[in-house]
Design a protein around this ligand. Structure first.
Ligand code: NDP
Length: 299
């Protein structure tokens, strides 16, 4: 319930690049915003646009019924909110944690919040700062549906697509981890490809149109992967694992001939060779998914 001390619709704790983008989007949407950051000075531009700068995190959370927290990880989040004064100020209000970390940390923070009478939603931001406040932004949320519905209008002021993934508080972080796993391994592959190409005298500009074509294959791989994981049948028709292993070996050989570290590709090749060793040489590459889950590593 709003108290007489409240003067804003939403508080933003954490004014790194993302926190500043969130606070700026709330301001652009016409909301009264209170901000706080550990290191002073990051609030200046926002204050110039009308945000109220709070002198402490407890004063900041007391200013609004809803607080959005966006810092580097949950160690930083804990350092801010898990203090008596802040917990007391948050009691009866709602905290939405858009910091990134593991599903386990999200569940731990939810348990802390429940123990302190704090409404808690967890979330993940899946797009860069430049998208915030635009239709291109993507937000994932998890936690109690009634709490999400109550604060949805303010959260939607951030623009973009907001998806509530259910009441399991760890679900947004689970999606975040899985999607960032895909992103960072793909980005690591691109960095390696650039290094190998450069060593062979091929520029990034020359490679780019063909690299984009390779990346454009991924959506179809993702779509067919759904059916393969659901049925447990990984078709290697057209590209069996034995062929993938040969292709990966060539990449390792070509890279290492130039002294380029090939740890990522060696790891992928290792998985493929294990799958072949278990008799899956005729299957498609995504069969290695089963090797990665210990409970289903049956064969
Ligand atoms: P950072 O991940 O670098 O986070 C910076 C913020 O964390 C600053 O407010 C910083 O405060 C604060 N912080 C760090 N350590 C502590 C601490 N011990 N105690 C208190 N505050 C601390 O930058 P971003 O703003 O870009 O990211 C914030 C979150 O958003 C991250 O979890 C990130 O993964 C996520 N995200 C970011 C995206 C992006 O494009 N930037 C995209 C999607 C998600 P101080 O200024 O005092 O150092």
């Amino acid at each position: 319930m709003p108290s007489h001390t409240q003067q804003s619709a939403v508080t933003v704790l954490g004014l790194g690049p993302m926190g500043r983008a969130l606070a700026g989007a709330f301001l652009d949407a016409g909301l009264a915003v209170t901000v706080w950051n550990r290191t002073p000075g990051r609030d200046l531009e926002l204050a110039g646009r009308g945000a109220s700068s709070a002198p402490s995190p407890e004063a900041a959370v007391a200013a609004s019924p809803l607080t959005v927290l966006c810092v580097v990880n949950y160690d930083a989040a804990d350092a801010i909110v898990r203090r008596d004064a802040v917990a007391a100020a948050l009691k009866g209000r709602t905290l939405v944690n858009l910091s990134a970390d593991t599903p386990g940390r999200a569940r731990d923070t939810a348990a802390w919040a429940a123990g302190h009478g704090v409404g808690y939603l967890d979330g993940a931001i899946m797009t860069p700062t430049g998208t915030i406040g635009t239709p291109a932004a993507v937000f994932l949320h998890s936690g109690p549906a009634d709490l999400y519905d109550e604060h949805r209008p303010v959260l939607e002021a951030l623009g973009g697509a907001h998806t509530h993934l259910g009441s399991d508080i760890g679900r947004a972080a689970s999606y975040d981890i899985a999607l960032l796993d895909l992103f960072w391994t793909a980005a690591a592959g691109y960095a390696h490809a650039l290094a190998v190409a450069r060593a062979e005298g091929v520029t990034a500009r020359e490679l780019a149109p063909f690299a984009k074509n390779i990346a454009a294959i991924l959506p179809a791989v993702i779509e067919s992967g759904v059916a393969e994981v659901e049925t447990g049948r990984f078709s290697g028709e057209g590209n069996p694992m034995t062929s993938a292993a040969s292709s990966m070996r060539h990449i390792v050989q070509a890279a290492e001939a130039h002294g380029i570290d090939s740890g990522v590709m060696r790891a992928a090749e290792g998985l493929v060779r294990r799958a072949i060793g278990r008799g899956h040489g005729a299957d498609g590459f995504l069969r290695v998914t089963d090797l990665l889950n210990p409970v289903s590593a049956n064969g």
